[in-house]
Design a protein around this ligand. Structure first.
Ligand code: ZN
Length: 293
């Protein structure tokens, strides 16, 4: 493998994403965007594992080991360099599979009245929004599994991605599906199932960040339905924290010179219920102007 190919692989797999996909959690933030947490490589009781997301490097003050994402994969999986590369390639290869799954779920959305009815009830109506967020529906059973195996994806790959359960059923059943960076979020229609589900792995940071980053000011909301109703009302500078603390993200945004606003809505409202019930965009704009950055 050439140096260039190695650099490319490292660029495509940010160390922090890879760590978080392996359940590593930052414990506290240091200067220059660096993080400290428990070391996943030795039995650590106080955080001694330093991560620099900017440089995609780690160092452990406890066991003295450090390096890039390839080195981490070697140590974590206890494999040699070529196997570590193979594992990372496999991990990166997940993207096409998730893309196929998301496309399949999108095709299902308009075939299931209950899915559309649920979206309406949550205030999601505009076809542009459904297109923009690539919203889909997972009916469950074994339809995704059949579709993907027909396309040539081997069952072990589907199991590993978490799309199919150990007994061979689709993991998402009766869920609205939102594709994320490297994951799929599934919101259950049924009150009997856990409402929120993600596939194993990283949850993908800030939603639609590439589209939002050009705005000098962003609105940070808690959930994807909040995001949806705001976007639908014409607030395109909105983003949502996926699986990470919103406060921490707001701080990171400020460090990058982006002003992040969190809005105070009338009692008992989140942006979603505000728009679904009685609020309009003008009212929301005035609340926004009143909000402190
Ligand atoms: Zn260590």
């Amino acid at each position: 493998m050439s140096c260039q190919a190695l650099d490319e692989l490292k660029q495509q797999i940010p160390l922090l994403d890879y760590l978080q996909a392996h359940d590593w959690q930052p414990a506290r933030q240091l200067s220059r965007g660096r993080w400290m947490g428990l070391c996943p490589l030795h039995s650590d009781h106080k955080p001694s594992f330093l991560v620099d997301p900017g440089k995609s490097l780690f160092y452990c003050y406890g066991c003295g080991r450090g390096g890039d994402v390839i080195r981490f994969a070697e140590l974590y999986h206890q494999v040699k360099f070529p196997q570590a590369l193979a594992l990372l390639h496999q991990w990166r290869g997940l993207a096409p599979l998730l893309h196929e799954a998301a496309s399949f779920y999108r095709m299902q959305l308009h075939r299931h009245g209950e899915a559309i009815a649920y979206l309406h009830q949550r205030g999601v109506r505009s076809p542009e929004l459904i297109e923009h967020m690539r919203i889909g529906y997972a009916p469950g059973g074994g339809c995704l599994r059949r579709w993907l195996t027909q396309l040539g994806y081997p069952l072990p790959a589907l199991l590993q991605a978490g799309l199919v359960t150990a007994v061979g059923y689709d993991a998402y059943t009766r869920r609205i599906v939102f594709p994320l960076e490297g994951n799929l979020y599934g919101r259950s229609l049924s009150a009997l199932a856990p409402p929120h589900r993600f596939l194993p792995g990283a949850k993908g940071g800030l939603y639609a960040w590439e589209q939002v980053r050009r705005y000098p000011e962003v609105i940070l909301v808690e959930g994807l339905f909040d995001y949806a109703v705001l976007w639908q009302a014409g607030f395109y500078n909105v983003t949502c924290a996926m699986g990470q603390a919103a406060q921490w993200l707001a701080r990171r945004l400020r460090e990058r010179g982006v002003n992040a606003r969190r809005i105070s809505l009338p009692d008992g409202h989140d942006p979603n219920s505000f728009f679904v019930q009685d609020g309009d965009a003008r009212q929301f704009q005035s609340l926004l102007e009143a909000a402190l950055p």
